[in-house]
Design a protein around this ligand. Sequence first.
Ligand code: EPU
Length: 419
Amino acid sequence: MDKLLIRGPKPLSGSVEVAGAKNATLPIMAATLLTPEPCVIRHVPLVQDVKTMMKLLQILGKQAELKGDTLYLSDGKSLNVEAPYEIVKQMRASYYVLGPLLAREHRARVSLPGGCAIGPRPIDLHLKGMRALGAEIAIEHGYIAARARQLAGSEMLLEGSHGPSVGASANVMMAATLAQGRTVIHGASCEPEVVNLAEFLVALGARITGAGTPTITVDGVGQLHGTDFQPIPDRIEAGTLALAAAITRSRVELTGCRPEHMSALLEKMRGTGCSVEASGSTLKLDGRHAVKPVDVTTAPYPGFPTDCQAQFTALLCLAAGRSVVTEHVFESRYLHALELARMGARIDVDANQAVIDGVPKLSGAPVMASDIRASASLVLAGLAAEGETEISRIYHLDRGYARLEEKLRRLGADVTRIR
Ligand code: EPU
């Protein structure tokens, strides 16, 4: 298993380009199951989860080929309808094949994802949505077994006790594209990745309005065709790199991003004293000032993204005072706090709240990654800490970041991958 060795602290400088969004690319890849025609997806992030989704689509009978960062997807001889446990246990987003398979093949068997390091992650809203479209669903032998003669449009509320669901909104929207009649999803997620999926589906010939608002309307069509598409830039990778600039008190430029997707994060970064300048698709960060404490509460888009909470917490560990972080999306997403404490951070976690008393410096230590974003927070802490930080289990990091260490090295960080 690979490890990352970081020697810090070292200031960063220079410019890097942001990759395509993992969380937009994954549902878009699954959506190609809806059409028999070839699709081309450009500027895909070369992360492990994209490779896992390629493998899953191949198991389901699609042909998937990656040339550089362009992905070519087309139908094979016939489609299979079973997403096996071996794949789903590696990546929960495998459940994105449920909606497309039900819509096109009228049946699907998708393994239940099981436990997750960031807390309970039920899929009741996905199932509620599919049932509302007329699917019969049974849970058998660890699998979701779903079938429907022909999905039929319907009106539904897809919000749960933690607010809207990105995954359920996307899954139901995909299924509804080939359903008979009109589907109205209330309580839909407004995340840019859901909007981007809607744009992809419209490019395939789907009829969708309202994406980006809490009410999405889908008018079913008879069939969908192929397209050539480039997903949006990754706002979470961009946020992680922006926070790398802030935590190392550096000046860094990020190109190829969509700052308008990052408003909540950038506003909080400004609150810490980091200067942020957005111009078109470029972001200029200047973190050379002292870090001020701020309070942060995660929320569905356009709120502060839960996927940047761990990385922001790393920055607040070095603030001059007390900050309070409240997690409202995944309430126990704090495994990184214990590892940051090993590096000298003072964090007290109680239920969904972390109280962070800033310290003047962190010290390098051996630490362990537990999920994609927790890993990224340890990388950031390692960049700022004195001495050596060795991060193990970085396969978590590799699921969501394409060779993050190479980007950081280009900015001047001392980061090495140990095989
Ligand atoms: N929820 C339910 N029932 C459901 C589905 C979700 O109660 O059927 C709850 C969840 O437990 C959570 C909340 O609703 O409390 C929001 O979950 P959501 O469904 O929106 O999350 P997701 O679709 O499973 C995606 C991203 C996550 C990101 C969340 C929130 C992908 C592949 N994953 O997950 O990304 O944290 O939205 O923005 O898009 C990551 O990239 O590291 C990551 C975890």
